[in-house]
Write a protein that binds this ligand. Structure first.
Ligand SMILES: Cc1cc2nc3c(=O)[nH]c(=O)nc-3n(C[C@H](O)[C@H](O)[C@H](O)COP(=O)(O)OP(=O)(O)OC[C@H]3O[C@@H](n4cnc5c(N)ncnc54)[C@H](O)[C@@H]3O)c2cc1C
Length: 443
């Protein structure tokens, strides 16, 4: 069967083994659980349901990993973006405490799943480092380490000297970092290989995935959930809507309340030419995943072929691909001056992008849609490990674990007021972040 709408070009699409082919759904089916969306959330939920012998069908508009799961930076980060344990617990009390535990264990759980399912996802559990971009931000690093330590996370503070030694980064100048902290359970993966590997594991365990099958809408019919698709329908006892930031990408009728809880922000990803071994010995020699505290984030990690996979954001998307490349190359050299010796300078072999779903308070939104019906949105750019752990919890709920024992902070869907306006104004957040970064650095 032909795949009519394959992954858009990216590093991951170029280097990853082609996907299995999954037939579209035609006609009506009746199953125990129907899952809409074959990203890391939906596929991990399906995996855990199949491990427990539960029947499930996954409906995917394009192919497994087509959304954020197959195009992200692949950094495995056991924290949320900007919201720390105390704030999570203040917002969600006991459920918040359980959720903090889920986040703390999410990276380890991801690497364990990769090992258990023998997925070749180019996984490197080398730790995740968050450098701080201004001296004042060391307090933030100290607070993060204290809060995560208190709940049992494997984290450590890094002084300016320790950080520069660990990462091989500049000791002074505009790209220098001033210290930071790191979580040893983090690391990085090829996220498309992980998504396709999970899809294979689900299929091998008897799960059914229908690709090229956009779900149009879902609803209740008596005691059952019903999902209608372009050429068929599925009725089921349990439902997971795992469409996340792509909730309105294929059908505005599917889940407008979920879609309007997040504003999409375009994140550009870029992979350099392979970095030669002599430079790799001093540029992130331990091959950690790195993302700093800037509002206009600087991030990078190696892939299995020794490319630095990095990127950035830009206010005006017109010509963004061309305009961003020199900017991101300059920032890399600011932070790792050794890279200036690359013959011909830094070049980017692959440039691509994806939409990150941002909530106003940087907290994810997790919902029960009705009896045995689950959904979440709002990864705020920290969702690879999180999506897999949330998917596992959804499966546990469907398998009978009571709602108040799940490590999930349920809320009612709350669409952002004046959504279209909020979406139009979202790019301004980048300018605000850039100004705040400059202010902190005294610029
Ligand atoms: C560019 C980028 C970089 C990122 N970098 C990182 C990172 O380094 N580390 C990190 O932790 N997080 C990162 N993230 C976030 C992370 O990728 C996501 O949080 C995570 O992949 C979400 O997985 P998901 O399964 O919930 O959603 P998705 O992967 O988006 O899956 C949703 C799926 O639903 C399908 N779908 C949508 N509508 C329908 C429909 N009507 N019918 C059927 N199927 C439908 C889509 O095709 C898609 O496959 C990044 C995100 C982006 C976009």
């Amino acid at each position: 069967m032909k795949n009519d709408a394959p992954m858009p070009p990216s590093l991951w699409a170029a280097v990853t083994k082609p996907p299995l082919l999954f037939p579209p759904l035609t006609g009506a089916r009746s199953v125990d659980t129907v899952i809409v969306g074959a990203g890391l959330t939906g596929l991990t939920a399906a995996l855990h349901l199949r491990r427990a012998g539960m029947e499930c069908v996954v409906l995917e508009a394009v192919e497994p990993g087509w959304g954020a799961s197959g195009r992200n930076n692949g950094q495995i980060i056991p924290t949320l973006s900007r919201v720390d344990p105390e704030a999570i617990i203040a917002a969600h009390r006991v459920a918040g405490e359980r959720f903090v535990g889920l986040i703390r264990d999410s990276a380890q759980s991801l690497f364990d799943t990769i090992r258990e399912e023998r997925i070749n996802a180019e996984a490197e559990q080398t730790g995740w480092v968050q450098p701080v971009h201004s001296p004042g931000r060391m307090k933030l690093a100290e607070s993060r380490v204290a809060q995560w330590r208190k709940v049992g996370a494997k984290v450590a503070l890094l002084s300016g000297v320790e950080l520069a030694q660990k990462l091989g980064s500049a000791a002074s100048g505009p790209g220098a970092w001033h210290g930071g902290w790191w979580a040893s359970t983090g690391g990085h993966v090829n996220p498309l290989a992980l998504s396709r590997g999970l899809a294979r594991a689900v299929t091998e365990r008897g799960g059914v995935i229908h690709a090229q099958t956009p779900a149009l809408a879902y609803g209740r019919a008596g005691s059952r959930w019903v999902v209608t698709t372009t050429q068929g329908r599925v009725d089921a006892r349990a439902l997971i809507v795992a469409t996340n930031a792509a909730s309105d990408a294929f059908s505005p009728r599917l889940a407008p309340a979920l879609a309007h809880e997040v504003v999409p922000v375009v994140s550009w990803q870029m992979a350099t030419q392979p970095i030669p071994e002599n430079l790799r010995q001093s540029v992130i020699p331990e091959r950690n995943a790195v993302s700093d505290t800037r509002g206009e984030l600087r991030f990078m990690r190696y892939d299995a072929r020794h490319r630095l996979v990095t990127g950035g954001a830009i206010f005006n998307q017109r010509g963004a691909e061309q305009r961003l490349q020199p900017l991101v190359a300059r920032r890399l050299v600011e932070t790792f001056p050794q890279l200036a010796t690359l013959p011909g300078g830094i070049t980017f072999d692959y440039v691509w992008n994806g939409n990150v779903g941002m909530t106003r308070d940087y907290l994810p939104r997790v919902h029960m849609l009705g009896p045995d019906g689950y959904a979440w949105v709002g990864c705020n750019g920290r969702g690879v490990a999180l999506a897999m752990s949330i998917g596992r919890e959804f499966a546990r709920g469907i398998l009978g674990v009571p709602r108040n024992e799940l490590a999930l902070p349920f809320t009612e869907p709350e669409p952002i007021p004046f959504y279209d306006l909020a979406k139009r104004l979202a790019p301004l957040a980048l300018l605000k972040a850039r100004r705040a970064d400059a202010r902190e650095l005294g610029g």
